[in-house]
Write a protein that binds this ligand. Sequence first.
Ligand SMILES: [Zn+2]
Length: 593
Amino acid sequence: MSVIDEVKQRIDIVEVASQYTSLKKAGRTFSGLCPFHSEKHPSFFVYPEQQSWHCFGACNTGGDVFSFVMKKEGIDFGEALRLLAQRAGVTIPSRSETGAEGKEKERLYQVNQAAAQYFHNLLVNSPAAEKARNYVTNRDLSPKTIADFQLGYSLKSWDALKQYLMERGYTEPELVTAGLVIQTEEGKTHDRFRNLLMFPILDTRERTIGFGGRVLDDSLPKYINSPQTPVFDKSSSLYGVNLATAAIRQQNTAVIVEGYTDAITAHQNDFNNVVASMGTSVTEKQVRTLKRLTKNVVLALDADAAGEEAMLRSVDYENILDAEVKVIILPGGKDPDDVIKEDKQNWQHLTEEALPVVDYVFNMTTSNLDLNTAKDKSLAVDKLLRIVAEIKDTVRQAHYLQKLARLVKIDERRLDAALGKIKASQGKRQIKEPKPETIRQATRPLLSTPLEEYCLALLLQHPELKDRDEGLLPDYFESSQNREIFTAWQQAKDLSSVKGKLDTALHEEVDALINRNLPTNQIEQKYANCVLRLREKFLRSLEAKREEVLALEAESGGTGADLAKLEEEGIEISVQLGEVFAQKARRSPEQRR
Ligand SMILES: [Zn+2]
């Protein structure tokens, strides 16, 4: 029996889905509010007999337990498989990625590891690294810590690393892909990291995925990070997670701090469950990464960062984790680094006394109000009800509604009615103007893309479409896994060889596409429409990106030539969009018939 079958046999989809939404039995199926979209009437169904699920509402999609977890956790098939296998107590032989993509990634891990060793050796031994050594000494970092975190130093040179790695058999394109070397417009290359204290970033599986580099003086920018690469996505990576995994599992809690040195100092003082978000506020992807290790997350924030917007986001994280997020508010603008160095016990105390984020918001909001006055009551209700409305867990929502009612001494039923109104308007708001987090998600490879999958299903189920050239391009697929399936289909001679061109983790999806229920009439027209819509979507997003660049260029006083080029491109895009609209106009009467 395959590992996948074994996992399927041991895992019950009803049980898994129930963790995310409460399910009611109805005949042979279970139904509930869809855990993927916000709704008032259940359109999410689970079929225990087929071990599958489907949302007939906004999602209009379904699948098996793997796709459920992939979708819910934002992970790929292989990761979902490992997660469920662990849950089921099935051991998987350590996954070695197959295919060209797997090999490319393997090379990137290797070249990053080689660079990390090179930087580390320089920091420890090179006379040129004296300033960097002084820096770590002044920060009280012990030799053991420097070795544990493989801290390093990059020489003040344009090509020292490049030369070193090329002598060891790595190619220039590999170094560029890894982000270690920058390629200029003229095609010349040079080292990205120069004269910096280097922090290698590793994943939970101890693979070196990227780097952070810190300047040794007061110049700006203070930090230079690896760019996005096939193995590095800053927004989902957590610094120190490789050294924190065991402690996070053991203590069943993770603490997120902001800076590299905050995490390092914490570890040096035996607070081993600490990871760093690397200089930015915590992202949804980082929370999802942690969720594989624990549900209990504590955010260490300084008072400035603990604003209303951050608190609203934290409630989103609670919804992802399906658990409370706690916050530590750092005293007087201090970093965790300072707090721990000053007094270890104080840090310990702060962690233990961390407040659930919603309680913190309640305290913060009401501390300056006089809740005996009508005006302040109304203020408190306005602010806090909005937060309470964001809580998805019904028990916790009820708890805080009650708390608010008691605080302002207003009948809970009245507040509940007001809550209902807010939720309704939030539902509308989310559709019209997605929050920044949702926009960022749109670039994520695992986003639900029904049109893309529909198009792929058409292609896979109707070999005759292969001869119809509607101008469909891989670029039109936003989701990289769909893009990969499309590319495989393009290269494959027939349906049976499509799978051979894909990573095994994707075979399941190909099967789902092949077996998908499709209308059987007017296939060619449906396909043409599909391509047209994908093209329009692609062009629109391209246009949005272009405008963003244009705005940035204008801000930084870019050269006229660059602006002119961008304007030209803009004209090209609008011409193409015009074509799309013209084609659509020609087609719609046919469709109505
Ligand atoms: Zn749904």
